[in-house]
Ligand binder design. Structure first.
Ligand code: PLP
Length: 397
């Protein structure tokens, strides 16, 4: 057999999915596992969204439809971005896809070619460096460090720009750290992008899940609308992970390339899901705000409860629904702590290295689980903590 394409060998998967598989295996053996590994709201879409999907299927809205998305949905997305984050765009700049991940890959495919360098945050969504490498690009990380409260350092970004740098990726709020980029950092990054004529991919999938102040999109800063591709979707804000619907908002120059990629890949997203998505955006039941209010309550409790565990450090995140825990004080590696927690305490979290090199001494726990589950998780973690407390004491001795 001739070999497969080399691009596959430079790609990497998602740590969350492998932990999930092991957790399911333990459940099949009869174990009780608390799932804090997946980035999935423990909510379902609002009643009006489900009713509209049912209506649309019965009405036969299950055919091929417009490749870039239903015009009504494009229009609703443009209106939604204007009123939730002051982003101005025309409906024609919106491209709808089955999931954020897919439109993210297509946006990267449209912008990155062999030899281009791409700046991306470390730690972050593992698909960024994986796709950069698959496209033949050079993945150049900029750090999100605990000492900076996980804010990017614009000086580091500036120093990392070379003549080959073409794209800068940012994700605010960031998965896994929960960082909402500060106005100063956003301004500085925008200046660097304009000065060096970079494309920016702003992954704003958690933009509605913020716990302090209004959300600021980098696309609203001077000189940015024409160089920024916003990625967002329905998985997190509207609890529609399995419905698979996301979108990009791109400058006019990028739109024909995205249309070409849509036609060459998925043709269109399913019409009945797009009809339901219009209902999600209109949100007459205020479901998104109610869900975020619930995440805010859990955020009050969970990160600080984890911070009380011996050897753990954890700051409450400004956005998204993850607790990013430094385990440096346990005297064990993050994979060893994660294994102990999963195999013996029945709590599934993800070793931080799954999100980049700087994530190595961390664990990520999602708090998109009921408060009762989170309380049980904390009890279980506290009960097993003496195991690393003794390991830490031995390594100090
Ligand atoms: N971007 C980030 C930062 C994410 O955390 C995720 C999902 O976890 C995605 C994109 C993908 O979203 P979707 O489920 O819509 O493909």
């Amino acid at each position: 057999m001739k070999p497969l394409a080399k691009r596959i060998s430079v790609m990497s998967g998602e740590g969350a999915l492998s932990v999930f598989q092991r957790a399911r295996e333990l459940e099949r053996q009869g174990r009780d596992i608390i799932h804090l590994e997946l980035g999935e709201p423990d909510f379902h879409p609002a009643e009006n969204v489900i009713a509209e999907a049912e209506r649309a299927i019965r009405a036969g809205q299950d055919r091929y439809c417009a490749p870039p998305g239903l015009p009504e949905l494009q229009q609703e997305i443009a209106a939604y971005l204007a009123h939730t984050r002051s982003v101005t765009c025309r409906p024609g700049q919106v491209v709808v896809a089955p999931g954020c991940k897919l439109i993210l890959s297509l946006a990267m495919t449209a912008l990155i070619e062999s030899g281009d360098e791409v700046l991306y945050p470390d730690p972050s969504f593992p698909i960024y460096p994986s796709m950069i490498r698959a496209l033949g690009g050079g993945a150049v990380a900029y750090g999100l460090r605990e000492k900076d409260r996980f804010q990017p350092d614009p000086d580091e970004i500036r120093r990392s720009v070379t003549a080959r740098t073409k794209v800068l990726i940012l994700n605010s709020p960031n998965n896994p750290t929960g960082t909402v980029y500060s106005p100063e950092v956003l301004r500085a990054i925008a200046e660097i992008a304009v000065e060096h004529d970079l494309w920016v991919i702003a992954d704003e999938i958690y933009a509605r899940i913020v716990f302090s102040g209004p959300y600021r999109s980098i696309a609203t800063l001077p000189g940015m609308a024409e160089r920024t591709v916003i990625i967002d979707g329905f998985s997190k804000t509207f609890a529609m992970t399995g419905w698979r619907l996301g979108y990009a908002v791109a400058p006019d120059e990028v739109i024909p390339a995205l249309h070409m990629l849509v036609v060459n890949t998925y043709t269109c997203a399913s019409e009945f899901i797009q009809r339901a998505a219009i209902e999600a955006l209109r949100d007459p039941l205020n479901a998104a705000d109610k869900m975020v209010a619930e995440f805010a309550r859990r955020r009050e409790f969970f990160p600080s409860a984890l911070a009380q565990i011996p050897g753990f450090r954890c700051l409450p995140p400004d956005g998204a629904f993850y607790a990013w825990v430094s385990i440096a004080g346990t005297g064990m590696t993050a994979p060893a702590v994660a294994t102990l927690l999963l195999e013996e305490a029945g709590v599934a979290g993800i070793p931080g290295a799954a999100f980049g090199r700087l994530g190595e001494p961390f664990l990520r726990f999602s708090f998109a689980s009921s408060t009762a589950q989170l309380e049980r998780a904390v009890e279980r973690i506290a009960a097993i903590a003496p195991r690393w407390a003794s390991a830490a004491a031995t390594s100090r001795a």
